[in-house]
Design a protein around this ligand. Structure first.
Ligand code: GTP
Ligand code: MG
Length: 228
């Protein structure tokens, strides 16, 4: 079911709510782990804030960067789409050239702690600019996530910046380069909405418990930890 290429309307259930909930500099600042979470990870300026804003069809949600590399916080957004309630987490970008070693270590501690320990994290979306070569940062991060059994997909961003032929070539060339199932590499373009429908489908598949209807049809034998 391919979305119409270049179509600007993103069909799907209505977004009832999309708002920043809190920003955190560490685990003590996280909101309660009571909703499934989707985290957006990638190099500074790759388009994380733009993509998550586009997913909820808002003009302004996550601030796009005027000072790249300066985001030192995890931003948590509460999103309700149709019957799905979930959180988006905008993670600080990496790879900004002008940061000190100390700042880099700070990024690593902040982001890795979240990715490693957050119980409600269901999906990591790693972003990669279609026009750039994926580097060790991307492949090592994906391998690191796989070791921890974290569910991850890749969103190729800024696909609108290339002409259709060149775009298709680049997407084909990049798909097998991440060490994950090439079908889990999606092409997106925030200005046109391309790939947004596919991305929502991947999010829904990763967050079945966010959907009350999915819950009804799911096996009732889910183990519970004694909570009534
Ligand atoms: N043409 C085009 N521009 C994009 C797209 N996605 C993001 N941009 C632009 O790229 C720039 C950076 O986008 P951001 O969303 O701020 O990037 P970020 O990954 O959040 O950056 P940091 O917060 O610094 O880590 C902005 O000028 C966006 O408008 C896209 O799909 N197409
Ligand atoms: Mg950002």
């Amino acid at each position: 079911m391919a979305a119409r290429r270049g179509g600007s309307a993103v069909a799907g259930p209505p977004i009832h709510e999309a708002r920043i909930e809190t920003s955190a500099a560490g685990p003590e600042g996280y909101p309660p782990a009571d909703l499934p979470e989707v985290a957006f990870l990638g190099r500074s300026n790759v388009g994380k804030s733009t993509l998550l804003t586009r997913l909820v069809g808002r003009r302004q949600l996550a601030r796009t960067s005027s000072t790249p590399g300066k985001t030192r916080l995890l931003h948590f957004f509460r999103v309700v789409r149709g019957e799905l309630a979930l959180r988006f987490v905008d993670l600080p970008g990496y790879g900004y050239a002008r940061v000190s070693r100390r700042e880099r270590a700070g990024w690593q501690r902040l982001v890795e702690t979240y990715l490693e320990t957050r119980e409600s994290l269901r999906l990591v979306v790693l972003l990669q600019d279609l026009r750039r070569e994926p580097g060790d940062d991307e492949t090592l991060l994906l391998a690191w996530l796989a070791e921890r059994e974290r569910n991850a997909i890749v969103a190729l961003t800024k696909c609108d910046k290339l002409k259709p032929m060149r775009r298709a070539e680049r997407v084909r060339a990049l798909r097998p380069r991440f060490g994950i199932d090439p079908e889990r590499v999606l092409a997106t373009a925030a200005p046109t909405g391309a790939g947004i429908g596919e991305l929502w489908r991947a999010i829904e598949a990763a967050c079945p418990e966010a959907n009350p209807r999915a819950e009804e049809t799911a096996s009732p034998a889910r183990p519970s930890r004694g909570s009534s």
